[in-house]
Design a binder for this molecule. Structure first.
Ligand SMILES: O=C(O)CCC(=O)C(=O)O
Ligand SMILES: [Fe+2]
Length: 299
């Protein structure tokens, strides 16, 4: 799939184009790559919590999911996309879960369970929350959704709509990408866009809005976007880990009691399903969704 010239309907309006890579001098730092096999628990906690606070994004390697499981799910996604002819308005294909990829997906989801739980535990520890009971577990990881994204090579990637600036609404996203690249994260200065380099066997982890709300803003869900590639097809597979739809999300009470500087809640109680609906009501628009949960007058 892919076309020789980009049809008009896929072209992003001028005012919506982000200046990726134009200010080379701004792209001077990168997100952390955390080796999960090579650290003691304390060091790992520090690195993970710092990355979640500062960048909202990090990559993990040696996380325990066999390389073969990761490769198989990418190949299955790629193969699945080849039979599909219709692109979205955005020049991406989000594939519907299909029987052809079922085994690989189930294996991937199952294998990702241990590392997901570990990350959640570490991130909660960073909020001084040491016990995750059943109720909290359903709030933190009660739902999982997996997308299979296929970005066919694109004649004018910088013009195509692609995945616009947004933050994820999930609690945590576990993202697998192939070796093409194109995912950019908002840099900590709030201006630049920083490329998330593909690393064989790595998973990208990012904080979603639900975790920003639960942590009362301590962990950041950060804007990101995807630019297609002129020469090669890209595949990405995010697992969105989040609360169950009927959960009420709000800053976690136990953390408000513990943490001095985060004592005052800045987000109100919101039904997660309402939050999801609010997100889907509009086109991707950076960090606008989280305003929905903000307490408007914090004085
Ligand atoms: O394809 C990617 O790398 C990221 C996609 C994404 O941001 C999303 O599905 O929320
Ligand atoms: Fe995303």
């Amino acid at each position: 799939m892919g076309v020789a010239s980009l049809p008009k309907r896929y072209i992003k309006p001028l005012e919506k184009r982000d200046k990726i890579g134009l200010k080379k001098d701004h792209v001077d730092v990168s997100i952390s790559v955390i080796d999960m096999s090579n650290l003691d628990e304390k060091e790992m906690e520090t690195l993970i919590c710092n990355a979640a606070e500062k960048w909202g994004f990090f990559e993990i390697i040696n996380h325990g999911i066999p390389l073969k499981v990761l490769e198989d799910v990418k190949v299955a996604t790629y193969c699945q996309s080849q039979g599909t002819v219709k692109l979205h308005r955005t020049y991406i294909l989000t594939l519907i879960f299909s029987l052809n990829v079922k085994d690989e997906l189930l294996e991937y989801i199952k294998s990702s369970e241990v590392v997901t739980k570990h990350l959640v535990k570490v991130l909660m520890k960073g909020l001084k929350i040491h016990e995750i009971n059943e109720k909290k577990e359903s709030l933190l990881m009660g739902s999982k959704r997996i997308n299979l994204n296929y970005y066919p090579k694109c004649p004018k990637p910088e013009l195509a709509i692609g995945v616009g600036r947004h933050s994820d609404i999930s609690k945590l996203t576990i993202l697998l990408q192939n070796d093409v690249g194109g995912l950019y994260v908002r840099g900590i200065n709030g201006e630049s866009w920083v490329h998330v380099p593909p690393i064989k066997g790595a998973l990208i982890i990012n904080v979603g809005d639900a975790l920003q709300i639960l942590s009362n803003g301590k962990y950041k869900s950060v804007e990101h976007l995807v630019v297609g590639n002129g020469l090669r097809n890209r595949v990405s597979i995010p697992i969105f880990v989040g609360p169950t739809p009927n959960s009420i999300i709000a800053p976690l009470q136990d953390m408000l009691n513990e943490e001095e500087e985060h004592n005052k809640p800045i987000y109100k109680e919101v039904l997660y399903l309402d939050y999801v609906k609010h997100f889907h009501q509009k086109a991707h628009d950076g960090k606008a969704t989280i305003e929905f949960a903000k307490i408007s007058n914090t004085n």
